[in-house]
Design a binder for this molecule. Structure first.
Ligand code: SF4
Length: 213
């Protein structure tokens, strides 16, 4: 059984193997091992809430070819992987969004979007970062920054690791409570260009532009 927060259909709003703007069914699993200060899905934190559902029940709510498993933190539920396998056997394209604190399943040829939450220590970020290297093509490491210190650390880390990272790379800026980026995007873009990091994609959450979840 899976513990599910919600299942809804929207568009793909961020980087990943599913192009931005594509209709997607999101399966949001319940429970998270982090408490990010900027989290906009705090209702998914509690490991006791949510709905107990079988894999087949979950799949009965899927309306699109493209499916994103998200949370909370989906990788803390053991059944996430059988769900992904079943969806793929039914010809769905599956993408998994994870907070980077858990190793990904390297045996599944699916796209992972692994957050590198820069307020965490490098050790806390390692599990996802290490194993995404071995996972299927098309996966992304997405650095999530909320202040200049985190941006500087991200640039240093990218400059150190860029020759070894085989996945795609993105940087995402946290928004404040009014929806404004906590670091101006122009500044982030200049930092990338001036450091020669021209293969790093600046990630915008386009679903929020049109008020979709
Ligand atoms: S990992 Fe995601 S769901 Fe969990 S607290 Fe952070 S932003 Fe919220």
């Amino acid at each position: 059984m899976l513990l599910v927060n919600s299942i809804f259909t929207s568009i793909s709003g961020e980087v990943g193997a599913i192009p931005q703007g594509t209709p997607v069914t999101f399966i949001r699993l319940q429970g998270c091992n982090l408490r990010c200060p900027y989290c906009d899905t705090a209702h998914s934190w509690d490991h006791e809430s949510g709905y107990q559902m079988s894999i087949d029940e979950v799949i009965s709510y899927v309306k699109t070819k493209n499916v994103v498993l998200t949370g909370g933190e989906p990788l803390i539920q053991l059944q996430w992987s059988p769900l992904a396998v079943k969806l793929m056997s039914l010809n769905h394209k599956v993408q998994v969004e994870t907070n980077g604190t858990r190793p990904v399943d390297e045996t599944l040829r699916i796209c992972y979007v692994v957050d590198q939450k820069m307020f965490l220590s490098p050790e806390q970020r390692q599990p996802g970062k290490n194993t995404i290297q071995l996972s299927g093509a098309g996966s992304w490491l997405k650095y999530v920054v909320s202040n200049q210190t985190e941006l500087t650390e991200t640039v240093c880390e990218l400059l150190d690791d860029i020759r070894f990272l085989r996945c795609k790379l993105a940087i995402s800026v946290v928004n404040d409570e009014n929806g404004a980026p906590m670091i101006p995007y122009g500044h982030v873009i200049n930092e990338l260009i001036s450091n020669g990091l021209d293969n790093v994609v600046v990630n915008f959450q386009i679903h929020k532009l049109v008020d979709l979840p």
